[in-house]
Design a protein around this ligand. Structure first.
Ligand SMILES: [Zn+2]
Length: 236
């Protein structure tokens, strides 16, 4: 092989390496890389607490943060995200995520670094919003939501985000009946609509064994028109 052909190969390799490292949009339009982090788990697993911790720590590091929750969930406060143990953080309560940019205005949106989304299962446009915000706009998105409903079916669009996420964390609660790790949410009454927003009066976190035995009792109670589950009746 002649020295000139080696030289030309080296030149080609160098130009490929350079083109890989360069932003095809040019240096003037370089954007920070976006991220998507997903926190899932049953009710009472501390998802909102984990979301608030992350959002607060990003804010403490000088990044501009915003927090969104669904306007469907007004159990504790309209303009705050509140954990089950009473920790509060100001937020926008919105019917959908498209409304976020409209409400905020594009200048304020462009300045944001981090967007937290609580109760993400209630947003139908979650996938489109996260894709654009992370891929095109360089935002860090942290979402918290239920992965499954009371029948352990995929809830809303939360699971659709996993293929585009950087990290996925599944938190657990404590089974209300035996104290083991709880992965599921049992609905204690016989109501059948998927979105029934309530707290510990209607839902409890349970382990696999008590989910299965609890469902049997709820079904039996429903058949007898008794809409309340007596936890003491669940067989250990
Ligand atoms: Zn249990």
């Amino acid at each position: 092989m002649s020295s000139s052909s080696i030289k030309s190969r080296i030149t080609i390799c160098t130009s490929i390496a350079n083109s890989r490292g360069a932003d095809p949009m040019g240096p003037a339009q370089q954007r920070p890389s976006g991220e998507i982090h997903v926190i899932v788990g049953p009710m009472f697993a501390g998802k909102t607490t984990a979301l608030l911790r992350r959002v607060k720590s990003e804010g403490a590091n000088g990044r501009k943060v915003a927090l969104i929750k669904s306007s469907k969930d007004n159990r504790y406060a309209v303009d705050s995200v509140v954990t089950h143990d009473g920790i509060k953080y100001p937020c926008l309560a919105l019917p959908n995520l498209q409304a976020f940019t409209q409400r905020l205005g594009s200048d304020a949106y462009n300045k944001l670094d981090v967007i937290g989304i609580d109760e993400a299962q209630f947003f139908d446009d979650l996938y489109e919003f996260c894709c654009k915000a992370a891929d095109n706009d360089g935002k860090t998105i942290v979402i918290a939501g239920l992965d499954g409903d009371y029948l352990r079916r995929s809830f809303g669009s939360v699971l659709d985000i996993i293929p585009i996420a950087d990290t996925v964390t599944k938190l657990t609660a404590r089974c209300e009946l035996c104290g083991k790790k709880a992965f599921f949410t049992l609905r204690k009454n016989g109501e059948t609509q998927t979105e029934l927003i309530a707290g510990a009066d209607v839902y409890m976190p349970v382990c696999r064994q008590h989910y299965v035995s609890g469902q049997v009792i709820v079904e039996a109670a429903k058949a007898q028109s008794d809409h309340t589950l007596d936890p003491a009746a669940v067989k250990y």
